[in-house]
Design a protein around this ligand. Structure first.
Ligand code: NIG
Ligand code: FE
Length: 406
């Protein structure tokens, strides 16, 4: 066998064990190979194992410098396209005004929508490019990016077009999602708007080559009945669905999304035993967003209970200006151990193969023959430094489809 590249001097090659999404306590099972090598051709792993067992040839040999190597991280939840900032909200929250109060008063997300729709497309693209670069430096090689700061079909599609344009400029895989973030505040306008969303927006979203629709289901956002109409219409167009559920109140969003075979339900801070049991009994991944817990100083989702119940659990940054200005999925992984009760191994699985599962991607998240050659060289010879280190990323070098990113 001849490889394009052979990565050698790998102190530990670490990858989640098993096949497909990793569920419950299986999330703790990692395969760890010491003094390993990885053979890569055409952007894919073609062989990996103990260095001494490699008998093939390679055009190029890359010296990993005796570090640990883990799969590239998969961030299944970001809102990385935005204009303006939320620095005033940040200051007022420190004086006791809550996120929900700001939102109910017409600020928060609505402020970001005003700033985003006022930004010109090139400025949005440049700002998002810088954010994606920061995310990739911290280890994310696949990044989902939602719209949701447009509110009109034209502006939502513009945000999604920015994601598509960026996907051609960066080595990371970018996965666009249409987010139904908030309905109109006026009750009469809301009914007409729902009709347009179901009958006009959904076909346009499908035609824009967007694979998934997300809905924010919450007391101050979409009701369960409205979200049901949106998710049904999305499925009828062949779109996948997911939802922001149980962020502040468990109003039935998790159960609704599961009934639509959602890829994921995300947030879950207010989920109780019934929601946790429903997720565990489903194929839908539960996505934890510990950056929100930290930034809004709110309750953490009970990741421990989800995993013990047998759920597929993933972790995302939720990178956005209002609830989680967090760019590093490495740090989200580290926070999931401290705030959501995950073990370090579960957190690594949550940020790799289960993040991929939450996006419906089966070709990444593990370092095994046939997977995409997305992997990270850590600064340390021990992979546990990745979830251990806080704030100073433990990632030294990032490879995407076998090519080192700068
Ligand atoms: O995931 N919960 C709603 N949406 C985002 C926040 C967006 C914002 O505050 O701008 C979230 O937390
Ligand atoms: Fe979000």
């Amino acid at each position: 066998m001849t490889a394009d590249q052979l990565l050698t001097n790998v102190a530990q090659l670490v990858t989640p064990a098993g096949v497909g999404a990793s569920r419950g306590r299986d999330m703790r099972k990692l395969d760890i190979t010491r003094d390993a090598a990885i053979a890569i051709s055409d952007g894919q792993v073609i062989w990996c194992g103990p260095r001494r067992e490699w008998t093939g040839a390679a055009d190029v040999e890359i010296d990993a410098g005796w570090c640990a190597v883990v799969p590239g991280l998969v961030d299944p939840h970001t809102h990385a396209v935005w204009g303006g900032d939320r620095l005033a909200d940040f200051e007022s929250r420190a004086t006791g005004v809550s996120y929900e109060e700001t939102l109910a008063a017409g600020g928060g997300i609505r402020h970001t929508v005003a700033c985003t729709t006022a930004s010109d497309t090139d400025a949005l693209l440049q700002a998002t490019l810088q954010r994606v670069r920061r995310m990739t430096r911290a280890g994310a090689t696949t990044i989902e990016i939602k719209s949701g700061y447009g509110f009109t079909l034209e502006h939502e599609l513009r945000q999604l077009a920015v994601v598509r344009a960026l996907a051609a400029l960066v080595p990371a895989t970018l996965v666009p999602t249409m987010l139904f973030h908030l309905p109109p505040r006026d009750a009469a306008a809301r009914v007409d708007w729902m009709q347009a969303a179901v009958f006009e927006w959904m076909p346009a979203i499908r035609d824009a080559a967007v694979g998934s629709v997300d809905v924010f289901i919450e007391q101050d956002a979409f009701s369960v009945a409205e979200a049901g109409e949106l998710l049904r219409a999305a499925r009828a167009q062949g779109l996948q669905c997911k939802a922001h559920t149980d962020q502040f109140n468990a109003i039935g969003g998790t159960e609704l999304a599961i009934a639509h075979d959602a890829l994921s339900v995300d947030h879950l801070e207010a989920s109780g035993p019934a929601q946790i049991a429903a997720i565990a009994a489903s194929r839908t991944a539960g996505v934890l967003l510990p950056g929100v817990t930290l930034h809004l100083h709110m309750a953490a989702a009970d990741g421990r209970a989800l995993i013990d119940a047998g759920a597929v659990v993933a972790v995302g940054t939720d990178c956005n200006p209002g609830s989680s200005p967090l760019f590093s999925l490495s740090l989200a992984m580290a926070l999931a151990v401290r705030l959501n009760g995950l073990t370090p191994a579960e957190a690594l699985t949550a940020c790799t193969v289960n993040g991929a599962a939450a996006l419906g991607l089966a070709d990444r998240g593990r370092i095994v023959p046939g997977s995409r050659a997305d992997f990270l060289l850590l600064r340390s010879a021990d992979w546990r430094d990745l979830p251990y280190t806080l704030g100073d990323d433990a990632v030294a070098r990032v490879f995407i489809a076998g090519i080192e990113t700068s």
